[in-house]
Design a protein around this ligand. Structure first.
Ligand code: SF4
Length: 372
């Protein structure tokens, strides 16, 4: 009897929360947690899709062509989920040379791409002058290429190294050619989790503070989540709430977070898996649930991207029906999540076929999610 009373309570509660979500009223952390844990997946998919249609009417789904180039693989951070980083002095440590950039950008242009995603480790030998010179050089060589580069942890690192406020570091990078700031290094915005998965990286507050400054400067940004390791469901929900609250602070008319992109922890060969026995908790239905919940919780972020690279074709297709409106990039040369087991690679024609097969119209877009 008690079981049925509790079940009816949750059914009524979920219905009330769906109504609230569809009225674009922000749900609290507790409400989001109840939906995540209790709501039937098919109902979440339905609500996620309804909300996607409120934000992005019609039947289009976005994709893009860009290229990831890693600036360096030397990183002092040594995050426990990262197989990509190397210690200074390692035989396979590198800093990408200008001639390599030229070769890679020429290949990108030949494939019709116009954006470079510049990521890499936090190399203790590289300061702000290195990054501003690099961006300036690339812009001089390829003025048409958009530079989507670095991320909050690098800004925090450069700010400490140069003894400059975040706003000054960002202004100098923008002046040198930075077009947008990826939401890299967010992992889970809960310091209990960060102390284990990325102890030497920016804290949650620092990550958010950098993004706050970027939004004040009207630099387009994205927000991400790397989940499925040691975090709890309430911590996943709290992550979404913190992102939503920061988005609420952005000055009127500024870009803020253009998109939110969640992806699962890839465990293959990582310290987290090998040394601490933490395996990825990823499964397809849970990813689709997370997509729908992200759409429900983030009532002020228009674009929601499913990570085709990490979840693959079928789950990405279902995600488009659960609130996602984008499958990201064909991502020529991705080295960080691929080093930990993400092996889903698609070319431009395949990504469009996937979108069509899911029942949507593929629309190629740029970093600002504008059709091109
Ligand atoms: S995830 Fe990024 S910050 Fe962490 S160790 Fe790897 S390269 Fe460094």
């Amino acid at each position: 009897m008690i079981y049925f009373v509790i079940k009816i309570f949750y059914v009524i509660n979920c219905k009330n929360l769906y109504k609230k979500a569809l009225d674009l009223i922000p749900l609290s952390s507790d409400e989001g947690t109840v939906l995540y844990k209790r709501a039937p997946l098919e109902e979440l998919i339905f609500i996620g899709d309804q909300l996607r249609q409120i934000h992005i009417p019609g039947n289009n789904a976005g994709w893009m062509i860009d290229r990831n180039v890693n600036i360096t693989n030397i990183c002092f951070s040594q995050c426990t989920f990262c197989n990509f980083c190397r210690k200074k002095g390692s035989s396979d440590a590198y800093i990408t040379s200008i001639s390599d950039y030229i070769k890679k950008i020429d290949e990108l242009i030949a494939l019709g791409g116009d954006q470079l995603l510049l990521q890499g480790g936090m190399n203790p030998d590289l300061g702000l002058e290195f990054y501003t010179s690099l961006l300036r050089n690339l812009k001089e060589l390829y003025p048409q290429i958009k530079l989507h580069a670095l991320g909050p942890p690098e800004i925090v690192y450069l700010s400490k190294k140069e003894k400059l406020p975040y706003s000054e570091v960002l202004k100098k990078l923008i002046d040198a050619g930075l077009d947008s700031l990826p939401g890299a290094g967010a992992e889970i915005l809960a310091d209990r989790v960060r102390k284990i998965v990325s102890p030497a990286k920016a804290t949650s507050e620092e990550w958010l503070d950098v993004m706050r400054e970027a939004h004040r400067l009207n630099l387009p940004t994205s927000a991400t989540m790397m989940y499925g390791h040691i975090e709890t469901v309430p911590e996943r929900i709290e992550h979404l709430v913190r992102i939503r609250e920061l988005q609420n602070e952005k000055p009127e008319g500024h870009y803020g977070f253009i998109a939110f992109i969640p992806w699962p922890f890839q465990d293959e060969g990582t310290v987290l898996s090998e040394k601490f026995g933490i395996k990825s908790s990823y499964n397809g239905p849970d990813y689709v649930r997370l997509i729908a919940i992200s759409r429900i919780m983030l009532n002020n972020i228009k674009n929601l991207q499913a990570s085709l690279l990490t979840v693959g074709r079928e789950v990405a297709m279902l995600s488009l029906h659960a609130g996602a409106n984008d499958l990201g990039s064909i991502m020529i040369e991705e080295n960080v999540v691929s080093a930990a087991g993400a092996n889903n690679r698609f070319n431009a024609s395949e990504i469009q076929d996937i979108i069509r097969e899911a029942g949507f119209n593929p629309v190629r877009r740029n970093q600002k999610f504008e059709p091109v």
